[in-house]
Ligand binder design. Sequence first.
Ligand SMILES: [Zn+2]
Length: 411
Amino acid sequence: MSILIINIKQLLQVHDSNVTIVKGDAMKNLPIIENAYVYINHDTIIEYGKMEDYRPIEADTVIDATGKIVLPSWCDSHTHVVYAGDRTSEFVDRINGLSYAEIANKGGGILNSAKKLQDTSEDDLFEQSIKRLNELIAMGSGAVEIKTGYGLTTEAELKMLRVIKRIKQESLAKIIPTLLAAHAIPEEFKSKKQDYIKYITEELIPQAAKLNITHYVDVFCEEGYFDIKDTEAILEAGKKHNLRPKIHVNQFNILGGIALGVKHNALSVDHLEELNDDDIEALKGSDTISVALPGCSYFISIPYTPARKIIDAGLPLAIATDYNPGTAPSGNMNFVVSAACVKLKLTPEEAINAATINGAYAMGISNMYGSITRGKKANLIITKPMNHYSEIPYAFAHNPIEQVIINGQLL
Ligand SMILES: [Zn+2]
């Protein structure tokens, strides 16, 4: 199966050499070819260039993209797509003035999702979750990280991992599973948190690692959840099983989770709505990327990640949806790219870099995803006709996408 796309108005994020991350000022640069073609065979980008240099290539499918933009599909490096039911009642509570903490204290929040998930069969959970994933793919996401974390027991967490594995096998999209080993403290452990940490480090993590489905471990490092000491114990337990950290930090409070993540060579530190100069210093010179989640800030009305501070310090930034039933029930990366421009003050070029190549980096897959590069996987978005790629973030809440190609297949 080969696909040739011709007469592309703008082909975005084109790199002849295999760039795997863009940092700081370099994020302002989005390499493009005007009036371009791209040729893919099976699941791989084979060739691209200017139409004036185009020499006829035989292809099974030819797409005339006159007036349209082609770019790498979105790389959503932070989601909780696998969950059961929804939390619409909490949505109304929040409208009526309750805070995240108040909702959690009355049995809502993560514990609410955990109970629903524990009571849902593996097949049902799979059906609900793959439906959501397919919606994300239609909205342009071609690589998606999926976390566990609504299990809270070993049994339920292993169920989540098996569901993610099944999604990975059945979906064309690239799926990166993450073990969110410590997401909340179950009711029965409320007064004995240390026992729960022991359970996570000595039982949950070893058993989850044995399934060999994930390479990443995550912790919700936050006041009332897991403090620095807890987080370090969990990251160390993960390390014993070759699980690299990708952690939730600095959403509501600064506990020092960023420096801890860097110390443990975290691939990503996510959220960062609260951020100080020490955090920025800790990130400098590390291999850890910051991930902003503006959909979450929007939905629960908390501050937005000070992304300018991160990029202007010369650091890389990725953006992701945080798709989850409680704090960001949307997996639409087009909205996230727009919110990154409007609320995080990223330029369209920075936002697209953050949502493609840097999103791929935050999943450890940017050697094969996130740019138009010969030999990389053919995951592409073909937009509706538009004058310039800036219309993608500009026309917020519109759907800019006409077609997607995932793993070389036109959907
Ligand atoms: Zn999250």
